[in-house]
Design a protein around this ligand. Structure first.
Ligand code: ATP
Ligand code: MG
Length: 241
């Protein structure tokens, strides 16, 4: 039975797609089979794996009547993807639990070790579907007050929704030279045990996510994410430093 992990935010550009893609690659290198579901109509992760403009997409997976779903495409060894499409942006009248129901109904939940969901960077029907389908939610924030406030607002909304997923905040793009002064302390004070210890460093030269699926994730980012993955597999904070 797959563990379902969503990386979500209230604000764009915080590293959701980077983290999801890196997690899939790291899990694959350890022999775990992942399914990435792209729910973002910007299709960034679909583009990473050269899966733009497919006939069947995550929009079909959100249909009330889906049973035999044919929109899973191999991305690389141990990684499959359900790509997104521009039309996802127009789909509003979906029940918040539809994805959770359909992952069961289609048998996809049983088929994989991990299902990794990349929703849009704002609160909408697709994001709610991802949140309500998930076992684990990761909320990345960066080192500015605006991002901090956005993640706090989002975290509070999620707490009020009484979601079942284990929720964690993580700091991405941390750079001791450019971080807003005191921002890490603010994260610690606001999120306490919900904050994953050890931030992901800002790697200025990290290549933009493009068509090239084998983009070189800088070693520092990858090392940190390897630790996060250990944490999520073993649930043990001793692997974080
Ligand atoms: N740790 C990092 N260091 C430097 N750059 C990073 C880091 N993490 C992500 N980036 C860069 O930041 C940009 C945004 O990252 P990404 O696309 O993963 O964010 P996102 O939250 O998925 O954005 P969107 O809301 O648009 O989907 C990308 O160019 C990515 O390469
Ligand atoms: Mg993205």
């Amino acid at each position: 039975m797959a563990k379902i992990i969503t990386v979500s935010s209230y604000k764009g550009g915080v590293g959701k797609t980077t983290i999801i893609t890196a997690a899939a690659e790291i899990l694959a290198s350890r022999g775990y089979h992942s399914l990435i579901i792209d729910l973002d109509s910007n299709c960034t992760v679909s583009r990473c794996y050269n899966k733009l403009f497919q006939d069947i997409t995550s929009k079909n997976l959100l249909s009330e009547t889906v049973t035999d779903f044919k929109g899973v495409y191999p991305a690389k060894e141990y990684i499959d993807i359900i790509p997104s499409c521009l039309e996802n942006h127009l789909l509003n009248n979906i029940m918040d639990m539809q994805l959770k129901i359909n992952l069961q109904k289609t048998g996809l939940k049983e088929k994989y070790d991990y299902i990794l969901i990349d929703p849009p960077g704002h609160w909408c029907a697709h994001t709610r579907n991802a949140v309500f389908a998930s076992d684990v939610l990761i909320l990345p924030g960066t080192c500015s007050s605006l991002d901090f406030s956005a993640i706090k607002l989002y975290f509070d909304i999620l707490q009020n929704c009484c979601i079942e997923a284990d929720t964690y905040v993580c700091i991405n793009k941390a750079n001791s030279k450019t971080n807003e002064p005191g921002i890490i302390e603010k994260y610690n004070a606001a999120f306490g045990d919900f904050l994953i210890p050890g931030s992901i460093p800002d790697i200025k030269s990290l290549k933009r996510l493009t068509e090239n699926v084998n983009y070189p994730l800088q070693q520092a980012v990858k090392n940190r994410l390897e630790q996060y993955i250990d944490f999520f597999i073993k649930g043990d904070t001793s692997c974080l430093n």
